[in-house]
Design a protein around this ligand. Structure first.
Ligand code: ATP
Ligand code: MG
Length: 122
């Protein structure tokens, strides 16, 4: 859950948002709408904990994933799917699953297979 209380956001001296309070609960799907430069990305960056608001508080329970709007800094060899999954570290989890699958296929004997099956289950 993300709890936002009395938040104010600024870009330099310019006031973007003030008096913002809301909560985001597990399972919520929310669209954030505003004109270009209104402060949507600035708000998302603050929600993810990558920037501090000028005033007010933002608290989280649990991990918050964040997929940056600007993909220019992204690795061009990463697939679209992996980039989206990377917002919450799921690309690395998928990679570990693939490694565990290969270990199951390559297991030479029941003990090695047991270890590989346990690793895959974890
Ligand atoms: N690094 C920065 N330095 C100074 N001003 C900035 C910086 N980043 C953003 N701004 C300004 O802050 C304001 C809000 O920008 P922000 O990127 O949050 O808007 P946005 O709603 O996400 O816009 P868009 O719809 O174009 O994605 C804009 O006026 C922008 O020019
Ligand atoms: Mg933006």
């Amino acid at each position: 859950m993300i709890t936002v209380s009395g938040v104010e956001l600024r870009a330099g001296a310019r006031l973007l948002l003030s008096g913002i309070s809301f909560t985001v609960s597990p399972g919520d799907r929310i669209g954030l709408v505003g004109r270009n430069g209104a402060g949507k990305t600035t708000l998302m960056t603050a929600l993810a904990g990558h920037a501090k608001p000028a005033a007010g508080t933002i608290t989280h329970t649990g991990d918050v994933g964040f997929l940056a709007q600007d993909s220019r800094a992204a690795d061009p060899h990463v697939t679209v799917t992996d980039r989206i999954l990377s917002a919450r570290g799921l690309d690395r989890a998928l990679q570990r699953l693939r490694t565990a699958e290969a270990a199951m296929a390559d297991a030479d004997g029941p003990a090695a297979l047991e270890r590989a099956l346990n690793a895959y289950a974890r």
